[in-house]
Write a protein that binds this ligand. Structure first.
Ligand code: ADP
Length: 451
């Protein structure tokens, strides 16, 4: 703009001194003005904002920012407290009230939270220091792991105590527990593999040494070595199967499967194994029993349960696979006929995430045996990885302790239920029930013979 003004003055001087004519001066000045305008449009004019800013302050109409902050803190599911001079609790949200069991009146933090490291941090924050987060654990009334964040806040209050401490408590119990379970699992898995490996190494050493020429001993040792490698293979197969199931656990299946057909197939596949032990294996199933499920996984459930029933039953006994459909959850959980008076029942998994208003109907797969049975105290732990009941008379050594953990995870993925009923000396009934598609027909459980 300044350049245009200077140019116009130059043109005026040229006209007055007779250097150029008035029309030539007018044409020159117009071009200079047009150029100046184009320069302003293209270069100097601010570019209008075409995209809105990514973050905008959120306010509800009619709610002042401080009131909004109070509402948000009040609804946070984690304990938040404002601590004043001398460690007095000035404000606490409902989560903090529940967590520390605060009464209506204000209290000293030290009276409700006996954690010296947290109290020390609070004292520091009240002097304006910025302490690091403090972790502490409790064992009673139950195990918990807390990370306390202490943040100094300066108020505009005059006087010697302008500082307050904001205390935010994050419950990390479930994270710690998951970490520990992962570590335990690794330790257990490597221990389970190390035992057969050590025994293999021992036999190889013996075969290279004094048993080198002893044909009888060599055959015996080779047969034991074969069993140990089989055991390691089973362990690795089960570990892989468990990790595959766990990976998909959050994605429920959507296909339909016929559980009755799976029961008949299982009897065909496992029949030879049962016959080898002198056990009668049979299926009592309706013609068709539909459930929402992934076929391979339902087959894995049926085979694991039947394999156990065969393993933990003596010669001459019967194992029955019962299938029924259209049952309510209560009907699905109780076997008919029940085991004797001494029996105990534990629900290892229960259905979750059922939408819709109509009550769900289930298809049940039940494996009933007349084997060793399991004492009540073991039932809740059966689906823990590597858990095996000690001292079972008819129990073989080849179990991995992972079969029922796999069943439990498959059932959870299917949003179904898993119930174990057992009476020592009488036998066991393992029931798995899976949700049916919405409008499948209702049927009755075939009454099995009493074993
Ligand atoms: P395993 O490979 O050892 O059989 P599982 O996870 O399948 O592992 O079972 C865990 C434990 O539960 C078994 O070691 C056994 O003690 C007990 N168990 C499972 N099924 C039966 C059954 N039908 N009868 C008696 N005990 C059983």
């Amino acid at each position: 703009m300044a350049l245009s003004a200077i140019t116009m003055v130059v043109f005026l001087v040229l006209v007055l001194t007779g250097g150029i004519g008035p029309w030539e001066a007018l044409a020159g000045m117009t071009s200079i003005l047009a150029l100046g305008f184009i320069y302003y449009l293209v270069v100097t004019r601010p570019v209008p904002q075409t995209t809105p800013p990514i973050l905008t302050p959120v306010q509800q109409p009619g709610i002042a920012p401080t009131e909004l902050a109070r509402l948000i803190v009040g609804r946070l599911p984690i304990p938040v407290l404002l601590i004043g001079p001398g460690g007095r609790i000035e404000q606490a949200n409902p989560a903090a009230h529940d967590f520390l069991g605060l009464g209506a009146e204000g209290a000293q933090l030290s009276a409700v939270l006996r954690q010296p490291k947290v109290l020390e941090s609070i004292s520091g924050a009240l002097r304006g220091e910025s302490p690091k987060p403090v972790e502490y654990s409790t064992v009673a009334p139950m195990e918990s792991h807390i990370r306390a964040h202490v943040i100094p806040l300066k108020t505009d209050q005059a006087g010697p105590f302008p500082w307050r401490a904001l205390l935010v408590m994050a419950d990390e119990t479930s994270i710690k527990r998951a970490d520990r379970m992962r570590a335990d699992f690794l330790a257990n898995a490597s221990h389970e593999l190390r035992t057969p490996l050590a025994s293999l190494a021992g036999f190889i050493e013996t075969l290279r040494g004094h048993a080198r020429e002893d044909i009888g001993a060599r055959d015996k040792f080779l047969s034991i070595m074969h069993d140990q490698t089989e055991r390691m293979r089973r362990l690795i197969d089960d570990l892989l199967s468990l990790s595959r199931v766990e990976m998909d656990e959050h994605l429920p299946p959507s296909d339909e499967v016929d559980v009755a057909a799976i029961a008949h197939d299982t009897v065909d596949v496992m029949g030879p194994q049962a016959r080898k032990k002198g056990i009668v294996l049979e299926a009592k199933a309706e013609d068709r029993a539909i459930a929402i499920g992934q076929r391979d996984q339902v087959i894995e459930v049926a085979q694991n349960l039947v394999e156990n029933a065969i393993k933990y039953s003596g010669a001459g006994s019967r194992v029955v696979l019962e299938v029924a459909t259209g049952l309510s959850r209560e009907e699905a959980e109780r076997s008919r006929p029940p085991l004797g008076d001494q029996s105990a029942r534990v629900a290892i998994a229960s259905p979750t995430g059922q939408g819709g208003s109509a009550p769900r109907r289930y298809t049940v797969l039940r494996v009933r045996d007349a084997g060793a049975g399991i004492e009540r105290r073991h039932l809740p732990r059966l689906s823990e990885r590597f858990y095996r009941v000690d001292g079972q008379k008819s129990g073989p050594k080849e179990g991995t302790g992972l079969g029922l953990a796999i069943v439990k995870h498959i059932v959870s993925r299917h949003r179904g239920g898993f119930v174990v009923e057992s009476a020592p000396g009488e036998g066991s009934v393992f029931s798995v029930y899976l949700p049916m598609p919405s409008q499948a027909p209702r049927g009755e459980m075939p009454a099995p013979d009493r074993m």
